[in-house]
Design a protein. Structure first.
Length: 189
C-alpha cells in the first residue's frame, strides 16, 4: 500500500518538470528540518513543502480556470505578476481538488511567495524553506542559510529585504503583503 506521500509524489511527477519536482522534495525536507528546529509540526511542514509548487508548471489557462472556478479575484499587482499565480492557484488546488482541509497548510502555500503580516510559524517555515532548500544557488543563499539556523526572525527579515530589493532593482511591483510582512517583522510585531 502506498503512503500518502508516495501518492502525492506520483502526482507531483505528473504536474511538475524534473527541476521543480526535485525542488519540491528539497523544500519539503528543509521545511521538516526547520519545523524540528523551531518547534513546528514536522508533518504539516513536510506536506506544505511537498505541495507548495503544485501548480508552478501549469499553463496560464489552468491558473485562470482555477481562479474562475473558486471565485479568486486577483488584485492589480497579482494580475501582472505571473510568478505569483502558482501560490494562489496552488493553495486553491490543494484545498479544493486534493481536499486538504488544514487551513494552516493552505495559508502557508498561498503566501510562500509574497509572505504577509501575521504569518503562522508554519507559513514562515515554508517561506524560508523555499529560500534555503538544498537546490537553491542564488547570490546570498549561504547568508540566509546561516541566519535560518540561528534565528527564524532574522532569516525572515533578511529574506523579505532580499526579495524587496530584488523586485525594486528589476523595476517590478512589490506586493503589499510583502511590505506588510516586512514592516511587521522589523517593528517586532
Amino acid at each position: 500500500m502506498k503512503t500518502k506521500y508516495e501518492e502525492l509524489k506520483i502526482l507531483l511527477k505528473t504536474r511538475l518538470n524534473e527541476k521543480r519536482y526535485i525542488h519540491s522534495l528539497a523544500v519539503a525536507d528543509e521545511a521538516k528540518r526547520l519545523a524540528e528546529l523551531y518547534g513546528g509540526d514536522k508533518e504539516k511542514a513536510y506536506l506544505a513543502g511537498l505541495l507548495h509548487d503544485i501548480t508552478k508548471n501549469a499553463p496560464d489557462e489552468e491558473h485562470l480556470n482555477i481562479f474562475n472556478s473558486f471565485d479568486i479575484i486577483l488584485n492589480d499587482i497579482e494580475k501582472k505578476a505571473f510568478k505569483l499565480w502558482h501560490a494562489i492557484s496552488g493553495a486553491a488546488y490543494v484545498e479544493n481538488i486534493l481536499k486538504i482541509s488544514d487551513l494552516e497548510i493552505i495559508d502557508a502555500i498561498r503566501y510562500h511567495t509574497t509572505a504577509k503580516a501575521n504569518m503562522s510559524l508554519l507559513a514562515k517555515i515554508l517561506y524560508l524553506a523555499d529560500f534555503t532548500s538544498a537546490d537553491r544557488d542564488y547570490e546570498d543563499v549561504d547568508v540566509i542559510r546561516e541566519y535560518v539556523n540561528v534565528s527564524l526572525e532574522k532569516a525572515f527579515i533578511y529574506a523579505l529585504k532580499y526579495s524587496i530589493t530584488d523586485l525594486v532593482n528589476n523595476n517590478k511591483a512589490v506586493h503589499l503583503d510583502t511590505i506588510a510582512a516586512y514592516n511587521q517583522a522589523v517593528l517586532g510585531g
